[in-house]
Design a protein around this ligand. Structure first.
Ligand SMILES: [Zn+2]
Length: 842
């Protein structure tokens, strides 16, 4: 910040301050520019950012460091606590009292010390480098002994500063920019400095967007950060981003739609931030806007997630993506990295100043929020009952990560409640072992946001998914009750400790969750022969459903100490059992043809510039981390240079493949000779309307004519629409992301284990009417249920469309995934559906 009109009195005063501070030993704290010669001119290396913070830590009493983990590539994740030395000494006592006062811990604190807690998150998107660069300047301004103003804020405020949430993405971008930078700047658009190569630095190692992952916590960076977040529960969370470089600065208030559960104090604080920050930007003559973009709805962002945890969650955006070191903007100005740092620094410091200035109100509002959460939950439903099912295991993991409290029923009760799967009130009984989640708890709002069947959208112009109810995502039979359920509960499911039998005829492994797939993968890696069940059957108490796995002793005579070895291999899957005889009590025997051998997939996944990085990343992450199974990855450009017969499974993630005729022919040959291809979303265009495939948008001329008639009608009715309504018009033809009911062919292996129905997350307006000569395994019925926003025109077209289909071609087959079951990795039933495609569809 500049002081243009210092009078001589002020100068003397400043001199006195300087003298005082120099005597105290902390007079000369180096700014980032003093420490890093290229600061503001070139992107910093990640180790330089670490080094600067280490320097600050060693030269100031106002900062304390905590490492909270490591990225996939082994880079360190860090936060820095910035406050007065006295506050830092009492950090634990302040934290204890804070958590105690909102009911997040029963532990009585040693002292009652209240401070505002402000968490600053920088650079969750790796290529938005102005963010991490400005974190150093922000820290410096807070610590600089000569800046007495910031010291006053720190009297009543604890700043938790995370310089870079995504060091792997930051380094991918930064190392590349360094690599291609010459001595001269080239702000003109044509230079490669402004065109980042695939997959880009925005995402993390597995090409996951960490700013869509806050609630789902699929990624290691998020998981480790959220442990710390829940230890602190900040009152203010600032999420620092960048966007296209021609955009002026964006700060709160956020745009509509706000989720219904955002409170008035939260909205009010947004407005105060808007007023305070705009004054600073007006004084500097900087361009900015508020309220037009970046809504508060989808719960997994760095602004919404903190908001549903009681905080003031805010996104800050500076133009900068693709700007490199300097870029010429449309208005003729040159935007430099230094400009980006300057804007962020002023905006973020204003957030700290505002929080400090309103400390008392912030704390009072925060406490009231949590009191309300415990005593008066906002939503329609007060208790959620999740039926005991193999899929509950992963749900429990996710709830724990979010500190959502739950328990398991310890008695049976007859009740009636809203049944998610049929969208109706229904009588049912709670059985011992069912999961019980009460809405009245500290994390009440988050719980209700995640479990509400219908989210309330104040405006349809949102750019993300609009439905995410966990019972549909996990595919578990669930109920919601309007009144709080009083029932005896216990903390854990009773797990029967396994007594290993001396002899087993076979091991039975239920096919019901991601662990089933992981176990199948690990058995196949060890050359264990595994069978899966193609019909329902029973062996005494053990009921086998289609898809369940069987490991026969007679198939595995080479396995030493069969019983002991198998028990070891199955340790992770606690619901397996031992079958003592192959003679069935119902259905067919284990030796018969209904128990088919699993084929070990040899998988090739295509990557490269025409493949969507995040969708590619979801497949890679599923292979590498969820089931831990090898996958070969090859740039699509090299297709045709390798022997596809080395593989038996080809995966084409969502993308805009630009393949030559001979490359397409190599895929055709691969399939017809017995290969399996899984094509997701836009990869389907490689097969659409091509000879040899039955993939076509309409199966009959009547369907084609009806669609044409509808679009003609739409064109006629929209003739009198105003120009300014164009954006709205495009909304009525699209779907940002909604849940759609699908009927299953329960006898097809692609549907095994999914339940009675499949609720698919639809994120694209591309649709195919139920296909001819193909197994339409999951399709949208004529009068379908849906949750979330679907444009009115599109909604009429989705009846009788297919979501997942299998087409036999020659000796092989192709699996069409019109929707992406691996979307952001949180659709747990989608993970299982993908596992079916990989292992069970043969
Ligand atoms: Zn961003």
């Amino acid at each position: 910040m500049k002081h243009k009109h210092l009078n001589s009195f002020m100068k003397k005063l400043l001199f006195a301050f300087l003298l005082a501070f120099s005597l105290s030993g902390y007079a000369q704290l180096k700014s980032p520019a003093d420490f890093l010669p290229e600061y503001g001119k070139q992107v910093s290396f990640y180790h330089e950012i670490e080094a600067y913070f280490k320097y600050l830590k060693e030269n100031s009493e106002y900062i304390k460091h905590e490492s909270y983990g490591f990225t996939s590539q082994g880079r360190s994740l860090n936060v820095y606590y910035i406050s007065t030395p006295e506050n830092l000494k009492n950090l634990e006592a302040i934290r204890d009292y804070h958590l105690y006062s909102i009911g997040m811990t029963d532990k009585k604190p040693a002292a009652e010390t209240e401070k505002a807690i402000v968490w600053l998150s920088f650079n969750v998107h790796g290529n938005e480098i102005g963010a991490a660069e400005s974190s150093m300047k922000v820290a410096y301004e807070l610590l600089n002994p000569q800046n007495t103003t910031t010291k006053q804020w720190l009297e009543n405020t604890i700043v938790i500063l995370d310089p870079c949430l995504n060091p792997d993405g930051f380094s991918r971008y930064g190392n590349w920019l360094r690599d291609i930078s010459g001595k001269n700047l080239h702000p003109e658009l044509t230079d490669r400095e402004h065109i980042e190569p695939w997959p880009g630095g925005r995402q993390n190692h597995y090409a996951y967007d960490l700013n869509r992952d806050w609630a789902w916590q699929t990624q290691i960076e998020t998981q480790q950060r959220m442990v710390l977040y829940n230890r602190w529960m900040p009152e203010v969370h600032v999420d620092v981003h960048e966007m296209g470089y021609n955009e002026p600065y964006f700060f709160p208030p956020a745009a509509e739609p706000f989720h219904d559960f955002i409170t008035k104090p939260q909205r009010d604080f947004h407005n105060v931030i808007g007023e305070n920050t705009s004054k600073k930007f007006d004084a500097e003559g900087w361009n900015y806007y508020t309220r037009e973009r970046f809504d508060l709805f989808y719960p997994s962002y760095g602004d919404t997630y903190p908001s549903f945890n009681g905080a003031i969650g805010m996104t800050y955006e500076q133009g900068g993506i693709g700007a490199g070191r300097a870029v010429l903007m449309q208005n003729g100005n040159i935007l430099t990295l230094q400009d980006r740092i300057n804007h962020h620094t002023v905006a973020v410091l204003t957030a700290v100043e505002t929080a400090s200035g309103r400390k008392e109100k912030l704390i009072a509002d925060f406490k009231a929020y949590f009191k309300d959460s415990r005593q008066n939950p906002k939503g329609k439903y007060k208790t959620y009952v999740i039926k005991n099912d193999g899929k509950v295991e992963q749900l429990a993991v996710m709830l724990k990560q979010n500190h959502i409290q739950f328990a398991y029923a310890d008695e049976t009760k007859k009740l009636s409640g809203y049944h998610y799967q049929s969208d109706k009130e229904k009588a049912f009984s709670v059985e011992s072992g069912d999961m019980i989640i009460q809405a009245s708890q500290p994390k009440s709002v988050l719980t209700q946001v995640l479990f509400e069947p219908y989210q309330r959208l104040s405006d349809s112009l949102t750019y993300d998914i609009t439905a995410w109810a966990l019972p549909h995502a996990f595919g578990i039979e669930s109920y919601a009750l309007k009144n709080a359920l009083v029932i005896k509960t216990r903390e854990s499911k009773i797990s029967n400790t396994k007594v290993l039998p001396e002899t087993a005829y076979a091991f039975y492994i239920p096919w019901n969750n991601r662990t089933s797939a992981k176990i199948a993968a690990s058995l196949l890696k060890k050359n264990v022969k595994v069978r899966y069940s193609k019909k329902n059957s029973a062996f005494g108490d053990i009921k086998l459903n289609m898809g369940d796995l069987i490991v026969l002793k007679s198939d595995n005579t080479k396995l030493p100490e069969f019983e002991k070895t198998m028990a070891g291999l199955l340790a992770e899957k606690n619901d397996y059992s031992v079958i003592k005889s192959g003679f069935s009590t119902d259905g067919t025997d284990l030796g018969g043809e209904n128990f088919q051998l699993l084929k070990a997939p040899k998988i090739l996944l295509l990557s490269g510039k025409n493949v969507s990085p995040t969708d590619f990343g979801q497949v890679w992450f599923y292979m590498d981390q969820i089931i831990d199974y090898p996958v070969s990855i090859l740039d699509a450009d090299y297709l045709g240079m390798i022997n596809l017969t080395d593989y038996n499974t080809l995966i084409l993630a969502d993308g805009w493949y630009d393949l030559s005729d001979s490359q397409r022919k190599s895929i055709d040959d691969f399939i017809s000779k017995g290969g399996k291809t899984i094509a997701i979303q836009n990869a389907l265009s490689l097969f659409e309307n091509r000879e040899g495939y039955n993939l076509s948008q309409f199966a009959t001329n009547e369907e084609k004519d009806a669609a044409k008639k509808q679009s003609d009608e739409e064109a006629l009715t929209s003739r009198f629409k105003e120009y300014q309504k164009t954006e709205r018009r495009s909304v009525s033809n699209g779907v940002p992301g909604a849940i759609i009911e699908n009927v299953l062919d329960k006898t097809h292996p692609l549907s095994y284990g999914l339940g009675d129905k499949y609720y698919s997350l639809k994120t694209s307006d591309k649709y195919f009417k139920v296909l001819k000569n193909v197994w339409n395994v999951a399709y949208v019925p004529e009068n379908y249920k849906s949750y979330g926003f679907i444009g009115a025109n599109l909604k009429k077209k989705l009846g009788n469309t297919v979501s997942f289909a299998v087409e036999p071609v020659g000796r092989g087959k192709i699996i069409y995934m019109i929707d992406n079951p691996l979307f952001r990795g949180f659709w747990e039933n989608g993970n299982l559906l993908f596992s079916n495609a990989l292992f069970l569809v043969d």
